[in-house]
Design a protein around this ligand. Structure first.
Ligand SMILES: Cc1cc2nc3c(=O)[nH]c(=O)nc-3n(C[C@H](O)[C@H](O)[C@H](O)COP(=O)(O)OP(=O)(O)OC[C@H]3O[C@@H](n4cnc5c(N)ncnc54)[C@H](O)[C@@H]3O)c2cc1C
Ligand code: FES
Length: 259
C-alpha cells in the first residue's frame, strides 16, 4: 500500500484540522484536479477497515505535498487528527473526477457549505491561474467553524455567511444568490451538505446557470469495487446509479437526481 508521511497537523477551527502530507505520487507527473479526493487509512489495525475520503484542499508542487482540511467528527477522523509530523500515512489518490475549469469563462460562482469549503480553495487557485474571476459564497453554522477565509482572499471575492450571524452575513448561502449579485457569472461550482447542494441547484437551475456539484456519498473502497457510493445520475436520457468514487464525486449539476 502507498505509504507516505504526515508533514504537519494543526487545529484551525473548532474540531477542524489542517493536515499536510507528502503526496504518494509525483503530483507534477501524475496530475490532479480540484475536487479529487484522497482515501486515507485510519490505522494499521483491523478496527478500521474502511478508509476515510478527504478532498484535496491545496497542492504544493515544489514540495510534492498535499493539504487536506477536515472535521474530526467520528472515531476515524479523530484518529487521523491524532497523527503527528513524521507519522506514517497510508493514502490512495488522487481519486475520482474533480471540477473542470473552462478556459474563457469570465466570472464564476463558488458555493461552499461547512466542511465542503476546503475543496473549493484549490479550485479558486486554479481558476485564478486561468484568469477567471470567482465570487465565493462560503457558509458556516457559526464563526468558530469558519475556515480558510484568508486563504481564499487572493483568488476570489468572498462573501461569508453564518447561520447565526456571528460572522459575515446572517443566513444561508442560498439567501445570497440574487440575480444582481450574480451579474456576469457563467457557471457555478458547489460543495457542501446534500440539502445545500439541492437548494443551490434548484435556485440556479431557474436562472439557467450551468454548474457542478461535488457529492458527499459515504464510501467504502473508493476505487469502484464495492458500489457503496452510488448516486442517481441522469445521463443521455437514462437515470442510472453511478459510483461517485469513480464517476464523481463531481458531476454536472443538471445530471444529479435528488430523491
Ligand atoms: C469525496 C469525499 C470527500 C470528502 N472530503 C472531506 C473533506 O475534505 N473534509 C471533511 O471534513 N470531510 C470530507 N468528507 C467527509 C468525510 O469523509 C467523513 O466525514 C468521514 O469519512 C467520516 O468519518 P469518521 O471516522 O469521522 O466518522 P464515522 O462515523 O466513524 O464513519 C463511519 C463510516 O462512515 C463513513 N462516513 C461517515 N460520514 C461520511 C460522510 N459525510 N461522507 C462520506 N463517508 C462518511 C466513513 O468513511 C466511515 O466509513 C468527504 C467525503 C467524500 C465522499
Ligand atoms: S466506494 Fe466502493 S465503489 Fe465507490
Amino acid at each position: 500500500m502507498p505509504q507516505t508521511e504526515v508533514i504537519a497537523q494543526e487545529a484551525i477551527a473548532d474540531g477542524v484540522y489542517r493536515m499536510v502530507f507528502r503526496a504518494p505520487v509525483d503530483l507534477k507527473k501524475n496530475g490532479y484536479a480540484p475536487g479529487q479526493f484522497w482515501h486515507i487509512r485510519v490505522t494499521d489495525s483491523f478496527d478500521f477497515t474502511l478508509r476515510r475520503p478527504l478532498s484535496l484542499c491545496q497542492a504544493d508542487l515544489d514540495n510534492n505535498t498535499v493539504t487536506v482540511v477536515y472535521r474530526a467528527q467520528g472515531e476515524g477522523t479523530r484518529r487521523i487528527a491524532a497523527k503527528r509530523p513524521g507519522d506514517a500515512l497510508d493514502v490512495l489518490g488522487p481519486l475520482g473526477r474533480g471540477f473542470s475549469v473552462h478556459d474563457g469563462d469570465g466570472r464564476v460562482l463558488l458555493v461552499g457549505g461547512g466542511i465542503g469549503v476546503p475543496p473549493l480553495l484549490e479550485l479558486a487557485h486554479q481558476l485564478a491561474a486561468h484568469g477567471i474571476r470567482a465570487l465565493a459564497i462560503l457558509g458556516f453554522q457559526t464563526a468558530s467553524q469558519a475556515v480558510l477565509l484568508d486563504d481564499f482572499a487572493p483568488y476570489a471575492e468572498v462573501i461569508v455567511v453564518t447561520d447565526d450571524g456571528t460572522l459575515g452575513e446572517r443566513g444561508r448561502v442560498t439567501d445570497f444568490l440574487q440575480p444582481e449579485r450574480l451579474q456576469g457569472v457563467v457557471r457555478y461550482y458547489a460543495c457542501g451538505p446534500t440539502p445545500m447542494l439541492k437548494a443551490v441547484k434548484d435556485v440556479l437551475a431557474v436562472r439557467g446557470l450551468p454548474g457542478y456539484l461535488s457529492l458527499e456519498e459515504r464510501m467504502g473502497c473508493g476505487i469502484g469495487l464495492c458500489a457503496g457510493c452510488v448516486h442517481k445520475i441522469a445521463r443521455d436520457g437514462v437515470v442510472r446509479p453511478l459510483k461517485t468514487c469513480r464517476e464523481g464525486p463531481v458531476f454536472p449539476a443538471a445530471e444529479v437526481v435528488f430523491a
